[in-house]
Design a protein around this ligand. Structure first.
Ligand code: NAP
Length: 282
């Protein structure tokens, strides 16, 4: 008798994670046997947790803050993206070997491809605001997609400089918000990867009035669903993409590996996760 695949999301803390809702909805809708559980594991206990995954009956799972770099170091095989970025958020077994991938960049691209088809027709200049973990994955994804130039603008320029040193690609340059504002008239894409504009945080202070008509504005913040930045972009007549799509699309590769079916990001799934976010805010 075959055993139903058992997957997990592990982090510290983990209470806020929406991954169980996303994977649980796919399992139900596809009628698949399997489970996906949420595990709070402290950093000190994380290596032992990973080393005993198989004997505890897991086929793999997701890894979130603060374990992503350690997870990558514990894998026998990494995808090229995970190797470049030095982090893993998705683990699975292949021929008995522990494998790792990092899927935020694929989630970012998947959301834009689905929500703004043709967004990458012009790839001369992207402006990415923020220089944290999400920015790194997104700049890497934009480089892979063939952008000719990427300005990484951060409140503290030193952190943008550091990110560029890690990425080591001459197509990227670091800038202050002020300097990046002067380049907006030539940008094809603007992405906010800062936490500014998130529920309970300060608004993002960045002028987008000079963006050209064809520019796409993506805010990866997903609480609230329509941030002030997206509303400003819509008022300028620009195409916009919110952050929920990235959250959902980054989950697709893991589900496919653990449960054997590539799931779809449907309007029904979006509605379920949006309702959960709204209920948590109420
Ligand atoms: N949609 C998705 O699937 C998805 C995935 C990952 C992350 N996210 C969201 O992306 C955001 C960033 O995540 P992260 O992991 O990259 O965080 P992080 O590593 O902590 O980086 C935070 C970034 O936000 C900047 N920042 C914070 N407050 C700011 C403000 N008031 N004005 C300007 N910049 C500000 C920081 O600038 P300094 O360096 O100057 O402090 C830094 O660049 C979070 O809101 C997170 O929820 C969404």
């Amino acid at each position: 008798m075959s055993v139903a695949p058992r997957a997990f999301v592990v982090g510290w803390p983990i209470a806020h994670s929406r991954s169980p809702l996303i994977h649980g909805t796919w399992l139900d809708n596809l009628g698949l046997a399997g489970s996906y559980e949420k595990l709070a594991i402290e950093p000190d206990a994380f290596p032992a947790f990973v080393q005993t995954l198989r004997e505890n009956g897991f086929v793999g799972g997701n890894v979130t803050i603060p374990h992503k770099a350690v997870a990558a170091s514990l894998c026998t095989e990494l995808t090229p993206t995970a190797r470049r970025l030095g982090v893993a958020n998705t683990l699975w077994f292949e021929n008995g070997r522990l494998c790792g991938d990092t899927t935020d960049g694929a989630g970012f691209l998947g959301a834009l491809d689905q929500d703004a088809p043709g967004w990458d027709r012009r790839r001369a200049l992207a402006i990415v605001l923020g220089a944290g973990g999400a920015s790194r994955a997104i700049v890497d994804a934009l480089l892979q997609r063939g952008f000719a130039r990427i300005i990484v603008a951060n409140r503290s320029v030193e952190r943008a400089d550091l990110l560029l040193r890690q990425l080591r690609d001459s197509r990227c340059e670091a800038a202050s918000f002020d300097a990046a504002e002067h380049a907006t008239s030539r940008a094809d894409l603007l992405v906010n990867t800062t936490s500014a504009g998130m529920h309970g945080q300060a608004e993002l202070a960045f002028d987008i009035a000079a963006l050209p008509d064809h520019a796409v504005v993506n805010d990866i913040v997903y609480v609230p669903r329509r941030t002030a930045l997206l509303r400003r972009a819509e008022a300028c007549g620009l195409r916009t993409v919110g952050g929920l799509g990235m959250l959902l699309h980054q989950a697709v590769p893991g589900f496919a590996r653990w449960f054997g079916v590539r799931p779809a990001v449907t309007p029904e799934l979006r509605a379920i996760v949006e309702a959960d976010i709204e209920a948590a805010q109420a």
